[in-house]
Design a protein around this ligand. Structure first.
Ligand code: AMP
Ligand code: MG
Length: 397
């Protein structure tokens, strides 16, 4: 009897059930892009902090307009007028300057004409026109970004504008990456007989950094039991350990056995997904350990389905994904019966819809073909024939 393998969603739930968010730390706003807020971030001031002009022009009382007014002062950004405005008067004002006391509107310079001396003819305005009200964007204490938000550039700008120099963010997960395989050589070294370039640690580092992790790449190990055990043990100092290779059924596949020897609890091994079926997930001495298959496309897909969500969950992110989007197939595909499949495709927008063009070269060693893809199209197992134009879900990559 072969037990039915967990599907993608079941396996992901098993992973997320083992994640405990890391502790918070204060982070300077300048280094906070991509970090996840551990607590709500609130405005330290009203924004704007005072009633200000939305235009270059003349501050007036709306009821005095249209008309000829006496120019009595100047207000610039950062340099308020020295006196209040009275009836029949105008104060020249620049964008962002404080609206003088007594004024209730600004006539844009385009709707004015100097009439000689200190006189200016202004067009008509209504009360409040071209005035930015104090607190119109946000009030002191209001929420700017909620706990669990992953900070994007607009959040950073908003927090700075509201006077917040530091934010409380969850610590970045420390992730160790270990490649296994006697055949692996570093790019740049000459290749001997039967050797290939080690690419997975480079791929995984790039993926991890985009998810907010701090990465330590360990020296790759040969398929040797002792060396594998020593390297795994070093990796257990991290919050998460990613291994590549050595989780299949061959006699040189040593990762699972070595990890069990170190006290690892295997949560699952193998998922009904293609590529990437032999993925293993364990918890060992508090470290989450993902045993990714060695084929580069399997590692890439396994990371997007299981590791990226775990890295985001460790940071306390509200949205951990994977966030699938809808699109239409540009050519027909057939779903398998046993496994969900992720097909590498090119997504493009056509008539306001995303059209997904499956790429040739779908084998799990074909990382160069996969590099031409910007989408992983999900073919749910048992879905049968999916004709041209069928609506499917895809993951942007
Ligand atoms: P394995 O999962 O160890 O059986 O490896 C499956 C395939 O992936 C084999 O062809 C390996 O040579 C290849 N492979 C394993 N690790 C890496 C790596 N770090 N970089 C590139 N290819 C790898
Ligand atoms: Mg191997």
């Amino acid at each position: 009897m072969v037990a039915r393998l967990p599907g993608i969603a079941d396996a992901l739930a098993l992973v997320l059930a083992r994640v405990r968010p890391l502790l918070p730390e204060d982070v300077s706003l300048a280094g906070a892009t991509g970090r996840v807020l551990a607590a709500d971030a609130r405005a330290a001031v009203d924004l704007p902090p005072f009633d200000s002009s939305a235009m270059d022009g003349f501050a007036v009382r709306a009821r005095d307009t249209p008309g000829r007014l006496q120019l009595v002062d100047h207000a610039a950004a950062g340099r308020p007028a020295a006196r209040a405005l009275e009836g029949g008067e105008a104060i020249a004002i620049s964008t962002g300057a404080v609206i003088p006391a007594g004024a209730d509107a600004v006539v844009p310079v385009e709707r004015t004409e100097r009439a000689g001396g200190d006189l200016v003819d202004v067009g008509g305005v209504t009360t409040g026109e071209n005035r930015r009200s104090r607190g119109g964007d946000t009030r002191t204490g209001d929420l700017v970004a909620a706990a669990g938000a992953r900070l994007r550039p607009p959040h950073i700008g908003a927090l700075a504008a509201t006077g917040v120099p530091l934010v409380s963010c969850t610590r970045r997960p420390r992730v160790a990456v270990l490649a296994t395989g006697t055949e692996l050589r570093a790019p740049g070294e000459p290749l001997g007989a039967g050797e290939i370039y080690e690419s997975n640690t480079f791929l995984l580092r790039a993926q991890l950094e985009s998810a907010g992790a701090e990465v330590v790449v360990l020296t790759p190990v040969a398929d040797d039991e002792l060396a594998t055990g020593v390297a795994l043990e070093a990796g257990l100092a991290a919050d998460v350990l990613l291994t590549s290779g050595g989780v299949s059924v061959g006699e040189h596949d040593l990762v699972r056995r070595s990890l069990a020897g170190l006290g690892g609890e295997e949560v699952f091994w193998r998922v009904a997904v293609r590529p990437g079926k032999p993925i293993a997930f364990s918890v060992c001495r508090g470290t989450l350990v993902f045993g990714l298959p060695g084929n580069p496309v399997s590692a890439l897909v396994g990371f997007e389905l299981f590791v990226r969500p775990a890295i985001l969950a460790l940071q306390g992110a509200t949205e951990t994904g994977p966030a699938y989007l809808p699109g239409r197939l540009a050519s027909g595909l057939r779903a398998g019966d046993e496994r969900d499949e992720l097909v590498r495709a090119r997504a493009r927008v056509e008539a306001a819809e995303v059209v997904l063009e499956p790429l040739s070269g779908q084998e799990s060693h074909m990382i160069v073909r996969a590099a031409a893809a910007n989408a992983l199209v999900l073919l749910p197992r048992g879905a049968g024939e999916l004709p041209v134009g069928a609506t499917v879900r895809y993951l942007p990559i």
